[in-house]
Design a binder for this molecule. Structure first.
Ligand code: 6PG
Length: 434
C-alpha cells in the first residue's frame, strides 16, 4: 500500500517543511502522486470513492476531520461533473483559510467559477495542470499552476515533492485558470505532435512501402537529431513492438480509432473564440474525430473511389532523399504548432489580463511532461531573449530551421496531395506559414 511510504519516509525525518495533504482521487494519476508526495516525507490522507483503492479514509468528512487546519485538499478526479461535485462537497466541509488545489484536467473557465464560489467562504483555490503520465511517480510531474503568489508559496513543498529534480517542472503560470490554460495548450500541442507523427508514418508506410520495423528504425534515427523528444522516442518503441498473441507488429493489430478526453478540443474551441489560428492543433482534433468514424471510413473503402493508391514509386536514392524531406516537413509543422500554441497563450493573457511568463512555461515543458523535447531549450531561450515575442517563427533559430525545411516541406505536401496521402497538419501548417 502507498501509506507504507509514510513510515519509510518518517524514518528519515528530513529537515524540511513537512506538510499534511488530503488527496481526493487515487486513480492512475492521483494514486501515484500520493505515493510520490508521501515518499518525500509529507503526510497524505488519501480518499477515493472506490473502496477497492488503497484509501486511508472512507469519506470526505473523515478526510477533513483527519487534517489539521489550515487544511490542504488536492482534487484529482475527472474534469467536469466529478470535479464540480467534489469541490461543492468540500466547500461545505472546509473552513476559512483552508485551500483546495484542482490537479485534474479541468477547463480553465471551471477554475474561475470554482474560485469565485469558494472566495466568499474564505477557502483558497488554485488550479494545477499536471503532466507526466505513468512515469511521473519516478521521474516527477511537470506542474503548471494558476493562483496567487501567497497560495503558491504555501503549497510549494507539495509542488516540490511532485516536480522532477532540477530547475524545470514547476511554474506559477498566472492567476487562477492560468495553470489549466497552459496545460490545455500543452495538450493541444501534444495532439498536433501526435498528428504530425501519424502523417509521417502514413507517408513512410503507404507512400514508400516501408514496414513497421523499418519505420521504427527511421524514428529512432530521427530521435538523435532536432526531433529528439519523448513522443518520437516512444513512436520508435511502439513500431518495434510485436503483438504477443499474433507475432505481428502491434501497430498492425491495434484498433485504428483514437478517442480523446477533451483538452485538445478545448484548445481549439478557445482559439476560435479568441480568433487565434491554431490550425495544426485543429487538424489533429479533426483527424481524431475522423479516426473514430469507423463506419464512414469502412463505407468509403467499400465505395472504392477511383484515384491514386498512395504509392510514390521511388528508387532507393529518391526514397532516401524523400525520407529526409518527411523529417523536415514534420519538424517545420511541429515548430508551427508550437508557435500557434504560444500565440494562443499570449492572446488569452492579453484578453484576460494575465501576466504569463512564456519562457517559464517553455522551460517547464522541457522536463517531465509528455511534449518534452530537446528543442524546447531553444524555445525557452527564444522567449527569454524576447526574440519570440511576436511569434516563435521570428526567432532566428526557428526562422532558420523553417527556411532550411521549406523546400522539403513543400515537396512532401505536394507529392502527398498528388498521390492521395492525407497531410492535414503538414499542409495547414505550411499554409499558415505562407
Ligand atoms: C499528460 C497528458 C495526459 C493525456 C491527456 C490527453 O500531459 O500527462 O497530456 O494528460 O495524454 O489527457 O488525453 P487524450 O489524448 O485522451 O485527450
Amino acid at each position: 500500500g502507498w501509506h507504507q511510504y509514510l513510515s519509510i519516509a518518517h524514518i528519515f525525518q528530513r529537515k524540511k517543511h513537512i506538510m499534511q495533504l488530503g488527496m481526493i482521487g487515487l486513480g492512475r494519476m492521483g494514486g501515484n502522486m500520493a505515493k510520490r508526495i508521501a515518499a518525500a516525507g509529507h503526510e497524505v490522507v488519501g480518499f477515493d470513492r472506490s473502496p477497492e483503492l488503497d484509501r486511508t479514509v472512507s469519506s470526505l468528512e473523515e478526510m477533513v476531520a483527519a487534517l489539521k487546519t489550515p487544511r490542504l485538499a488536492w482534487v484529482m478526479v475527472p474534469a467536469g461533473e466529478p470535479t464540480d461535485s467534489t469541490i461543492n462537497e468540500l466547500a461545505e466541509l472546509l473552513e476559512p483559510g483552508d485551500m483546495i488545489i484542482d490537479g485534474g484536467n479541468s477547463r480553465y473557465t471551471d477554475d474561475v467559477r470554482h474560485a469565485a464560489e469558494l472566495e466568499p467562504k474564505g477557502i483558497h483555490f488554485m488550479d494545477c495542470g499536471v503532466s507526466g503520465g505513468v512515469w511521473g511517480i519516478n521521474r516527477g510531474y511537470a506542474l503548471m499552476v494558476g493562483g496567487n503568489k501567497d497560495d503558491f508559496e504555501t503549497a510549494r513543498p507539495i509542488f516540490e515533492a511532485l516536480k522532477p529534480e532540477g530547475d524545470s517542472g514547476l511554474v506559477l503560470a498566472g492567476p487562477v485558470g492560468g495553470g489549466h490554460f497552459a496545460k490545455m495548450v500543452h495538450n493541444g500541442i501534444e495532439y498536433a505532435d501526435m498528428q504530425v507523427i501519424g502523417e509521417a508514418y502514413d507517408i513512410l508506410r503507404r507512400g514508400l512501402g516501408m514496414d513497421a520495423e523499418e519505420i521504427g528504425d527511421v524514428f529512432a534515427e530521427w530521435n538523435k537529431g532536432d526531433l529528439d523528444s519523448y513522443l518520437i522516442e516512444i513512436t520508435a518503441e511502439i513500431l518495434h513492438h510485436k503483438d504477443a498473441e499474433t507475432g505481428k507488429p502491434f501497430v498492425d493489430v491495434v484498433v485504428d480509432h483514437a478517442g480523446m478526453k477533451g483538452t485538445g478540443t478545448w484548445t481549439v474551441q478557445t482559439a476560435l473564440s479568441l480568433a487565434v489560428p491554431v490550425t495544426g492543433i485543429a487538424e489533429a482534433v479533426f483527424a481524431r474525430g475522423l479516426s473514430s468514424e469507423a463506419d464512414l471510413r469502412e463505407e468509403a473503402q467499400k465505395q472504392g473511389f477511383a484515384g491514386p493508391n498512395g504509392e510514390l514509386n521511388l528508387n532507393s536514392e529518391e526514397k532516401k532523399a524523400f525520407i529526409e524531406d518527411i523529417r523536415q516537413a514534420l519538424y517545420a509543422s511541429k515548430i508551427v504548432a508550437y508557435a500557434q500554441g504560444f500565440n494562443e497563450i499570449t492572446t488569452a493573457a492579453k484578453e484576460y489580463g494575465w501576466d504569463i511568463d512564456l519562457a517559464a512555461v517553455a522551460r517547464i515543458w522541457r522536463g517531465g511532461c509528455i511534449i518534452r523535447a530537446k528543442f524546447l531549450n531553444r524555445i525557452s531561450e527564444a522567449f527569454e531573449s524576447g526574440e519570440a515575442n511576436v511569434s516563435l517563427l521570428f526567432a532566428p533559430y526557428f526562422k532558420n530551421a523553417i527556411e532550411t525545411a521549406e523546400k522539403s516541406w513543400r515537396n512532401v505536401v505536394a507529392q502527398a496531395a498528388i498521390n492521395g496521402l492525407p497531410t492535414p497538419a503538414f499542409a495547414s501548417s505550411l499554409s499558415y506559414f505562407d
